[in-house]
Ligand binder design. Structure first.
Ligand SMILES: Nc1ncnc2c1ncn2[C@@H]1O[C@H](COP(=O)(O)OP(=O)(O)O)[C@@H](O)[C@H]1O
Ligand SMILES: [Mg+2]
Length: 361
């Protein structure tokens, strides 16, 4: 079976690493000449709106999936004429736009921060008057890793903020004084069967994910599964979906969804019986889903900008290096390490060991 992937970054690369043993082949459509997934499959180097090359991709593959959600809606609609596309055009339409996704959460009774649609500075002024400060203003589309957003703390921050974010449609959210951030990675098959990985506790640095720790019997697991299950069903979703929550007052508030494999699920490659990457492929290919059970304690640390010395990373006990083969660049995700151990105390020591390598790098 040949899988077409829109986007050829590290997520595409890890999908191919998981699918190759299942007998799958891959083609990646990505305009970047150095797209790092090309080591694992065919690289169709073209823009996402290039209909000739989209048609070529559709003709070559059995189905198409995505490694990022900011694909233009027309691209998805065009491909869907010729080849099955998972997740669906509708799921992508909702997940790529913060207003649509938060509105869906609200319709489904899932708690969210207060939020408002912002189309002008006047809308922003009115929203700040009702939601209050501090608040977070985010572009409705195309934001990632904390980009395309601004925290508004005082009246002076509000002045001109609409222009500062590019005078594009935005959303204003009340600032959530969260005690922690968690994500739930779920997978739903074509027949509706749904499985959930354990909740993951996430720490961000400068808006970028730094550390994910898979939890053991988290008290909010069932609540999170209930919320995520509602979204999966409403979208008749097929594939892996990640749902980010704020932990607040012993409950959860929805932040955002990603209609794809997710950085906070990378630990599943070594830390779960079947990884998020393999389960995404199983789901879209119509295969039975794999077990989402965690193997021991597990965590993931991102390498941002550069990867520490390989010989030092792999010298740490049960530490698994993933080097994405990308050029080093400040702020760029260039790799990660998964840690696995039998108990939490050992895991914490391993995390400290990797962190000290990052500090030295
Ligand atoms: N309403 C909010 N209140 C408090 N912190 C927030 C809020 N929205 C976002 N953040 C912080 O900013 C990070 C990035 O925001 P997010 O909406 O997840 O965008 P991205 O698409 O960049 O991941 C979050 O993980 C969280 O730490
Ligand atoms: Mg996020």
């Amino acid at each position: 079976m040949k899988i077409g992937v829109i986007g050829g970054g590290q997520l595409g690369r890890m999908l191919a690493l998981a699918g190759t043993p299942l007998g799958m082949n891959f083609a990646f459509l990505d305009p970047a000449p150095d797209a790092c997934a090309q080591a694992l499959g065919e690289h169709i180097r073209a823009d996402y709106g290039d209909l000739d090359h989209l048609r070529q991709l559709a003709d070559e593959v059995d189905l198409v999936t995505f490694e990022f959600e900011s694909v233009p809606a027309e691209t998805v609609a065009f491909l869907s004429q010729f080849v099955p596309v998972y997740p669906s055009a509708e799921a992508l339409r909702i997940a790529r736009d913060r207003w649509f996704e938060k509105s869906l959460f609200k319709d489904l009774g899932i708690p969210t921060p207060d939020f408002a649609d912002i189309q002008s500075q006047a809308d922003l002024d009115a929203a700040v008057a009702s939601i209050g400060l501090p608040a977070v203003m985010k572009t409705r589309t195309l934001g990632y890793d904390g980009k395309g957003q601004k925290v508004l703390r005082k009246a002076a921050d509000v002045t001109g903020a609409f222009a500062e974010l590019g005078s594009v449609p935005c959303i204003l959210e009340g600032f959530v004084p969260f005690s922690g951030e968690v994500s739930l990675i779920a997978v739903r098959a074509r027949d509706g069967e749904t499985r959930f990985y354990p909740l993951v506790h996430n720490t961000h640095v400068n808006g970028v994910l730094n550390l994910s720790i898979a939890s053991t019997q988290h008290p909010l697991q069932k609540l999170a599964e209930d919320y995520v299950g509602r979204v999966l069903k409403a979208l008749d979703y097929v594939g892996v979906l990640a749902f980010e929550f704020f932990e607040v007052d012993g409950g959860l508030k929805a932040n955002e969804i990603a209609p794809r494999v997710h950085n906070s699920g990378h630990w599943t490659i070594e830390g779960a019986e079947c990884s998020q990457f393999e389960n995404h492929l199983r789901a879209v290919a119509g295969l039975p889903l794999g077990s989402t059970r965690k193997i021991g304690e597990s965590a993931m640390l991102n390498f941002i900008g550069e990867v520490p010395a390989v010989e030092k990373v792999v010298a740490i006990d049960d530490c698994h290096l993933h080097h994405y083969g990308k050029a080093f660049k400040a702020g760029r995700k260039v790799g990660h390490a998964t840690l696995r151990s039998v108990d939490r105390a050992t895991l914490d020591r391993q995390i400290t060991a990797v962190e000290s390598l990052i500090d030295q790098a």
